[in-house]
Design a protein around this ligand. Structure first.
Ligand SMILES: [Zn+2]
Length: 328
């Protein structure tokens, strides 16, 4: 239980822990939402293939050949669908251990002239140790990270492809952030910034364009597993509650309310917090949590591989993201 209450993710729980364990469901009253403008079709097959490609590269561990190959592939994909692509090749330092990591952030820009913008982001690195695996012999083995990284990238590349097929009035920026999953619970100290989310923190402090701003941000993390449920993460609710409600309402209008549940989730420090804190962009987190408030059983284990990826989940997430953008 402790891991769920204190360290909710690749990620550190900082808020009320009661809501993580309670099965309390918020009773949000919904008023009838206007009907949706049709967004371009999202192909779960393509998103699935995108996840598979990343897994084929091997664990995308900082400093590995797989990291470089996958970064080059993501850049190539974004170049097909975005107006401009930026790559940040930098070194980030873990604030507690002072260990440094090569970090590659890849950013795709759509409709650069548009003043109204939405930032879509996810991390793409694989955790270098399966420290939640039931078998201790894997505790220093890198994971495939099909869900905990691969799924977000898989969905967002397909979102970019779909946007290219139908005119969108607003601007969209896609950030694939590296070195998210290199924290450990024992390194989390109140006097330091989180040991997770180092690539996003770098970008939030040094965006690809000077003075960059977006109206809202959406972070996708673990959005591909069968039976995933996305609840109302508490930091998102506090910092971008109206936008969060819009996203969940849109999902419900599309018939995806079994995935996007209007129930209070835990308080999770994920990449969205770096965006809120350093880039000052109100940003929400879409992340799979279980009814007990913890993460899915494959989280940070050797089981985070293709078997657990489900096209239905990818479809629900991708369609929702597109509908939010086309109905902004
Ligand atoms: Zn993780």
């Amino acid at each position: 239980m402790k891991k769920y209450f204190l360290y909710i993710a690749s990620i550190f729980a900082i808020g009320s822990i009661a809501s993580c364990g309670d099965s309390t469901t918020s009773t949000t009253t919904e008023t009838a939402a206007p009907s949706l403008v049709k967004a371009p079709a999202f192909s779960a097959d393509s998103a699935y293939a995108n996840v598979q490609t990343q897994v084929y590269f091997g664990p995308r561990v900082p400093g590995s050949a797989s990291q470089k190959k996958c970064a080059a592939w993501m850049e190539q994909q974004l170049r097909k669908y975005c107006d401009s692509v930026y790559v940040q090749n930098v070194t980030v330092t873990q604030p507690v251990t002072s260990k440094t990591y090569p970090c590659i952030n890849v950013i795709g820009e759509i409709n650069p002239q548009a003043a109204t913008r939405v930032l879509l982001l996810c991390h793409w690195d694989s955790r270098g140790w399966a420290d939640e695996d039931a078998n201790p012999k894997f505790h220093n083995t890198p994971i495939d990270a099909a869900d905990d990284a691969g799924s977000g990238v898989g969905v967002l590349i397909e979102v970019a492809r779909a946007i290219k097929s139908q005119k969108l009035d607003i601007g969209v920026d896609i950030l694939f952030a590296d070195v998210e999953d290199y924290g450990k619970s024992e390194w989390e100290q109140a006097s330091y910034p989180s040991t997770y989310c180092l690539g996003t923190r770098y970008w939030a402090q040094n965006p690809h364009k000077y003075g960059y701003h977006a109206n809202f941000g959406m972070c996708l993390d673990m959005v591909g597993a069968k039976g995933a449920t996305f609840k109302l993460e508490q930091q998102s609710k506090m910092l971008a509650g109206d936008f969060q409600k819009k996203v969940w309402t849109t999902a419900s209008q599309l018939g995806h309310s079994s995935y996007f549940q209007f129930a209070d989730g835990g308080s999770i420090t994920d990449d969205h917090m770096e965006i809120n804190q350093y880039a000052r962009i109100p940003c929400i987190d879409i992340i799979n949590t279980q009814p007990n408030g913890g993460f899915a059983p494959h989280w940070h284990t050797m089981n985070d591989k293709m078997d657990i990826i489900d096209k239905g989940t990818l479809q629900a997430v991708g369609e929702t993201v597109l509908a939010v953008l086309y109905n902004y």
